[in-house]
Ligand binder design. Structure first.
Ligand code: BES
Ligand code: MN
Ligand code: ZN
Length: 484
């Protein structure tokens, strides 16, 4: 990971990045008073460049001012928009994308809020992530953040670091090819992370335990694969916790669609179908690293939805952990089947205060909301509001969707309690309504995020690298920080 060092502001040689404020209009864009760090000629040149540039204060906009044979030898003007955390996050991401030798010192305004450091650091670190064959590319190099009273910002930097480390762990897991990433491998990764952290413990159930205890959804979905399913229970139990949160994440290590097989186009990126599992696992590890006070139990049903003589079929009827049955209408609607078991287990065995689910559940998420916004579902306005706030602060987008009562009728099967995949449309909404059937008396303490779309980025943009985004980790950590 790139090193970020906090240091007092002083005259700089080398390359200095100078923030430019302004939320869109050119007249707002002026170099901040950091120009005091500069010799007068450099300050004047910077001011002239800003006057000349088109919208230089837009968050993430950059201009380079070369100053051959003088010091600093180069000025890099970077827009911070409104100067809030999001603006600085965009600025950090833009700086990370400058050629590696570019900005060596970033000047912060005097007396700035610690959120400025958090935004800048998260942007720098998240945008410098790269996954190549064989794993994460190591980034060397250091950036100095010049700010007066830098001790005040150490905490913000620590939070940024833990958040980014968790996000990048989720990205690594999601980017890993499915030839390596089978259910047993994923379970092992979680176990490994837990061994180095005494407050974390893990239990893993394999096919035998799953059969004995009635996890019919996980077994049906995993039945077609040469690599059998697992159910991971990761537990974080800090002293004095008052609230117990259960996180559930969809962990399909590859989704062919099963017998209702996908097209090549629909299948080629389906190694990402465990993005929800990656996010909840990584966020739990992050919560432990940050010493949060909330008790967290994280449930991860893991299966590969494969095609073979052992695959489940359309028309099959399966029995879930809580005893309810589903009539399979499409084997490609597999996520909800494994989640139904996990939700039933949470309700029956764990009885938490809050139940939160993350899943790459439907292609319909992207149809409704595009590539960067998750669909959020909850009957609880307070909980939904808290998540919307957390997502906004974290820089991840959610949009609350309805749970219309009259659509519940679409789920009625005459052979089982529920159809797994009704065909009346509103795919993301109906999937959410299906999941809600398994929340029992926790129905009003449940929140579901369909994050199929934002879990992946097809190009580097803002703080996102190409590929897995780690979506959800930042929102979960922000939200968990507010739970007492
Ligand atoms: N894993 C997919 C959803 C998905 C699609 C995630 C695209 C990320 C990108 C899920 O298992 C699925 O196949 N859903 C079906 C449901 C349908 C059969 C009711 C879908 O969305 O088409
Ligand atoms: Mn599917
Ligand atoms: Zn799937």
């Amino acid at each position: 990971m790139l090193t970020i060092r906090l240091a007092p502001r002083r005259a700089v040689s080398g390359v200095l990045a100078l923030p430019v404020a302004g939320s869109g209009s050119t007249d707002l864009a002026r170099p901040r008073d950091d120009v005091a760090l500069l010799p007068e000629d450099a300050a004047a040149e910077a001011a002239a460049l800003v006057d000349d540039a088109d919208n230089p204060g837009r968050a993430g906009a950059t201009q380079i001012l070369p100053r051959p044979l003088r010091r600093p030898e180069r000025l890099l003007l970077v827009g911070v928009g409104a100067g809030d955390e999001a603006g600085w996050r965009a600025a950090g991401a833009a700086l990370a994308r400058q050629s590696e030798s570019t900005a060596r010192t970033v000047a912060l305004p005097p007396d700035c809020d610690p959120s400025v450091v958090r935004g800048l650091a998260e942007g720098l670190w998240l945008a410098s992530y790269q996954f190549v064959a064989g794993g994460r590319r190591r980034r060397r190099g250091a950036i100095t953040v010049a700010v007066d009273g830098h001790e005040r910002y150490a905490d913000a930097l620590t939070q940024a670091k833990a958040t980014v480390e968790a996000s990048c762990l989720a990205r690594d897991l999601t980017n890993t090819p499915s030839s390596r990433k089978n259910p047993a491998w994923f379970a092992q990764q979680v176990q490994q992370a837990a061994t180095s952290r005494p407050e974390l413990s893990v239990t893993v159930r394999g096919p035998r335990e799953l059969a004995a205890e009635g996890f019919g959804g996980i077994l049906a979905v995993g039945g077609g694969s040469a690599t059998p399913p697992r159910f991971v229970e990761l537990s974080y139990r800090p002293r004095g916790a008052r609230t117990h949160v259960v996180l559930v994440g969809k962990g399909i290590t590859f989704d062919t669609g099963g017998i209702s097989i996908k097209t090549l186009d629909g299948m080629k990126l389906m190694r990402k179908d465990m993005g929800g599992a990656a996010a909840v696992a990584a966020a739990t590890i992050g919560a432990a690293d940050l010493g949060f006070r909330t008790r967290i139990t994280t449930l991860i049903p893991l299966a590969e939805n494969a095609v073979s003589g052992g695959s489940f079929r359309p028309g099959d009827i399966i029995r879930h952990y809580d005893g309810a049955t589903s009539e399979i209408t499409n084997t490609d609607a597999e996520g909800r089947l494994v989640l139904a078991d996990a939700l039933g287990y949470a309700v029956r065995r764990l009885r938490p205060d809050v139940l939160v689910n993350l899943a790459t559940l439907t292609g319909a998420n992207a149809v409704a909301l595009g590539k960067r916004t998750a669909a959020m579902y909850s009957d609880n306005d307070t909980l939904a509001g808290a998540f919307a706030d957390a997502a906004a602060a974290a820089g991840e987008r959610v949009w609350r969707m309805p749970l219309p009562e009259d659509y519940v009728a679409y789920l009625a099967s005459d052979l089982a309690d529920l159809y797994s995949a009704p065909t009346q449309g509103a795919g993301s909404v109906v999937a959410a309504l299906y999941l809600r059937e398994f929340t029992g008396d926790l129905r009003d303490r449940w929140l579901h995020l369909d994050m199929s779309a934002p879990s992946w980025s097809d190009r580097p943009v803002d703080e996102l690298a190409k590929g897995a985004t780690g979506w959800g980790v930042r929102t979960l950590l922000r939200w968990l920080a507010t739970v007492d």
